[in-house]
Design a protein around this ligand. Structure first.
Ligand code: AP5
Length: 220
């Protein structure tokens, strides 16, 4: 499976990636997660990226392409990958094409996760992440059932809100998505790779539609 999950912030790319990992055993490659890990580690690149991320803007293409080149060279990506949050600009998409052509592993499908903007705001303001295991919940739509969350996997449940999930920053992220990332839908449609999926409604239903689209594309 070699796919891209394309969609606005909060469209469910991370949530659905977790399910595909469990079902198909391929790694999720999330540039957002990789950048947040660099921020947490306090690397020079992470410190540079943090301000940009907190402002809801995009980190520069060169940095992101460097991260992807390194990640896709790791052994676990030999069997395939789910790209989540990458590419986000035409320059990144061109860079990805060149990289995948050079290793003879072209993309099989790009799935556009479609969600109404009002739903996105609710999903993002309500998102909470468990510091212990990284699982993502939502105070409105997918709250942890009984404490401790994570079915008891975490000894000390500790939910936090991402700094870029404030209402002001969400507005900026959605603007940036519309201006810089949405054009990728046409880019991939023109290459015969785009499959649009209705990403509203319950999470299981979205997974069913996503897998159907991946099967149609021959990616699952
Ligand atoms: P990144 O981490 O990639 O964030 P994003 O694209 O904004 O996407 P999110 O992680 O916010 O949303 P998601 O679609 O994964 O939704 P989720 O499944 O969590 O990027 C962060 C920043 O890093 C960027 O702003 C940028 O600065 C930088 N960056 C990253 N990649 C970059 C790149 N390539 N180039 C340049 N800069 C880059 O779901 C959201 C919530 O909704 C959760 O609470 C979940 O429980 C809930 N939910 C999910 N599905 C459903 C459903 N069906 N029904 C109800 N609730 C649902």
């Amino acid at each position: 499976m070699r796919i891209v999950l394309l969609g606005a912030p909060g469209s469910g790319k991370g949530t659905q990636s977790q399910r595909l990992i469990d079902m198909y055993g391929v790694p999720q490659v999330s540039t957002g997660d990789l950048l947040r890990a660099a921020v947490a580690a306090g690397t020079t690149m992470g410190l540079r990226a943090k301000q940009t991320m907190d402002a809801g803007k995009l980190v520069d293409d060169e940095t992101v392409l460097g991260i992807i080149r390194e990640r896709l060279a790791a052994p676990d990506a030999n069997s395939g990958f789910i790209l989540d949050g990458f590419p986000r600009t035409i320059v990144q998409a061109d860079g990805l094409n060149m990289l995948l052509e050079s290793i003879g592993k072209p993309l099989q499908a790009v799935v556009l996760m479609q969600v109404d903007p009002q739903q996105l705001l609710r999903r993002l303001t309500g998102r909470r992440t468990c510091r212990g295991c990284g699982r993502v919940f939502n105070v409105y739509t997918a709250a942890p059932s009984v404490p401790p969350p994570c079915g008891g996997q975490c000894v000390t449940p500790d939910l936090f809100q991402r700094p870029d999930d404030s209402e002001a920053t969400i507005g900026k992220r959605l603007e940036v998505y519309e201006a810089q990332t949405q054009p990728l839908a046409e880019y991939y449609r023109g290459r015969g790779l785009l499959h649009a999926v209705d990403a509203e409604g319950d999470i299981d239903g979205v997974t069913t539609r996503l897998i159907a689209a991946l099967r149609t594309a021959g990616a699952a």
